[in-house]
Design a protein around this ligand. Structure first.
Ligand code: ADP
Ligand code: MG
Length: 208
């Protein structure tokens, strides 16, 4: 996967975030302030704009542009979290012209690490880390043979992780203020994380 292939994958993810906007806002409406879909679709929209006239860029350059665009566009808490995640991915790919299975695994792991460090959330706090964390762990348990396999495995683990947030008590972010009333709802950030990885896997599958 070249920088341009990576760009195409991020553009496909942006389309998925547009399509999921209402669902994510509705989920955030249950335990937050109903803006998560807007934040994600605007953030990825800004990535789309930033990447539109960027061709022949390295994978690091693509992720750095994505990080800047997301940070500038999104004022909600997901803004700095994803900006950090993309910055970490950019850093781990430094000096690489292409992304293979190992680099793809490094992307997922470094994005999860970036979100964990920036948000200071623990697993089980009912945040997006409850999707990114399982994705990162799942991919570290395997020896992936392809980029597609990395994103497929990650997406499956993230989806299960996001579903499991239903039974978690929110300890971080806006939903934490609800206490026990946060129980019985999926965390919007965990659901969007699973959708991001799923969109990436679907894009790779369509283009393989
Ligand atoms: P805001 O809460 O500022 O409105 P969003 O609605 O865009 O921001 O995002 C909410 C999501 O952000 C939550 O569902 C949760 O997954 C995630 N989140 C909030 N705080 C943290 C944190 N400290 N660490 C990781 N994720 C967090
Ligand atoms: Mg919100």
């Amino acid at each position: 996967m070249t920088g341009d292939d990576l760009k195409a994958m991020l553009l496909a993810t942006a389309a998925a975030m547009d399509a999921s906007k209402d669902q994510l806002c509705a989920l955030d409406g249950e335990i937050g302030d109903a803006d998560h879909g807007i934040a994600m679709s605007r953030g990825f929209g800004a990535i789309r704009t930033a990447l539109d006239d960027l061709t022949g860029e390295t994978p690091t350059g693509v992720f750095n542009a994505a990080a800047r665009a997301f940070l500038n566009e999104v004022g909600a808490s997901s803004g700095p979290l994803y900006a950090t995640a993309f910055m970490r991915a950019a850093a781990i790919l430094k000096g690489k012209e292409t992304v293979g299975a190992n680099e793809a695994r490094d992307i997922v792991v470094s994005m999860a690490d970036g979100i964990a460090k920036r948000g200071k959330a623990e697993r089980g706090d009912k945040t997006m880390l409850d999707a990114w964390g399982p994705a990162s762990e799942a991919i570290q348990r395997t020896t992936p043979q392809s980029v597609l396999e990395v994103f497929k495995t990650s997406a499956e683990a993230a989806k299960i992780g996001a579903e499991e947030t239903v039974n978690m008590l929110a300890k971080k972010g806006r939903a934490a203020r609800l206490g026990v009333r946060s129980l019985g709802h999926r965390d919007p950030g965990a659901v969007s994380a699973a959708l991001i990885l799923d969109a990436m896997a679907a894009h790779l599958e369509e283009n393989s």
